[in-house]
Design a protein around this ligand. Structure first.
Ligand code: GRG
Length: 309
């Protein structure tokens, strides 16, 4: 009940906040900045492939989280924009590499043929590498009105979120556990690294360049970790409920497939309860901030919690 009260206390004064308009507006700003960040220059072959995946749509959740977090602590959108673009560049490169034949071997992403299907494997690998490198260059070159100390801290945070203690850690443990029994602890490790780390870096880096103090940085970090895990728990629940809807059965494909998921390890009801707990935890971290300023992050959490696809 306490967590529920807190949800209400954060959400109530904010009935005027229009989340759809907010997402559309910020998404537009991010897309414009991304288009500018990668001109179609020589060598065309690589820049074309980078732009193809980066500009292929996507909800832009990470850049918007980065900007919302910067604004929460009093920074301007423009201050966070290079960092926000870097988040989407890294997210996109992780999708390009994840889709490769040697990884998940997917043909479609964001409703379009995957990068390697269009440009070939060599180009897709290089496009991913170039996006990863550009992300750091872009932040270092374009972040204005922020002390060098803060930019360096944010860059270090981002590096650790991507490498062998971040996304790559999640991906390697996921790959190595294929076909094996996975414990709840291992499943949590995979999701905290594959998904939550970059969401965490997005809000933490947004807060750092926005001028946050250490306490606020840690508060938004906890918020992001909860929504990162929430993202995945909801994904797993949707996998079950969607496929059971499609099949007209009570058990969805994930209850019968090899892949470890939260509904499989916890049962569907407990997985739903876990999602509710994570949502409440995320919102609890926001209760410390001015409700009006925390509205975007509150609604982003709710969006992740309530999404149905
Ligand atoms: C990062 C150096 C480096 C290498 C890549 C392949 C890999 C290592 C990691 C895999 C990361 C991965 C695919 C994680 C899943 C992330 C996830 C939750 C994707 C879906 O995100 P959405 O729903 O997608 O935000 P859109 O398309 O809306 O952006």
């Amino acid at each position: 009940p306490m967590a529920k009260d807190r949800i209400m206390s954060v959400s109530d004064p904010l009935s005027v906040f229009n989340f759809e308009d907010y997402m559309a507006d910020k998404g537009k700003q991010v897309n414009q900045a991304l288009i500018k960040a990668i001109p179609l220059k020589h060598p065309i072959a690589i820049h074309e492939a980078m732009r193809y995946s980066l500009l292929a749509g996507g909800k832009r959740v990470r850049p918007i989280l980065c900007i919302a977090s910067c604004e929460l602590v009093g920074g301007d959108e423009a201050v966070a924009m290079p960092m926000a673009c870097a988040m989407e560049m890294i997210h996109t490169m992780s999708l390009i590499h994840d889709d490769l034949p040697c990884m998940d071997n997917d043909d479609l992403r964001r409703g379009k043929p995957t990068n390697h299907k269009v440009f070939g494997e060599e180009t897709a690998i290089l496009a991913g590498d170039a996006l990863l490198s550009l992300a750091f260059e872009h932040v270092a070159e374009n972040t204005n009105y922020v002390s060098a100390d803060r930019v360096v801290r944010a860059i270090a945070e981002l590096g650790s979120a991507v490498g062998s203690e971040g996304l790559v850690a999640g991906q390697i443990v996921d790959i190595k556990s294929e076909g094996k029994e996975v414990s709840l602890k291992e499943l949590e490790f995979i999701h905290l690294h594959k998904t939550a780390k970059l969401l965490e870096a997005s809000v933490v880096c947004g807060a750092i360049v926005g001028g946050a103090n250490d306490g606020d940085v840690e508060r938004v970090r906890k918020y992001a970790r909860s929504i990162g895990l929430l993202f995945q728990v909801v994904d797993d629940i949707l996998d079950v409920t969607k496929s059971s809807e499609e099949l007209g059965k009570t058990a969805g494909k994930d209850l019968v497939s090899d892949k470890a998921t939260y509904p499989k390890l916890l049962g569907l009801d407990m997985a739903k309860k876990f999602a509710g707990d994570l949502m409440a935890q995320a919102v609890e971290e926001l209760a410390y901030f001015d409700p009006a300023k925390a509205a975007p992050l509150y609604h982003l959490a709710k969006f992740i919690y309530n999404r149905d696809k």
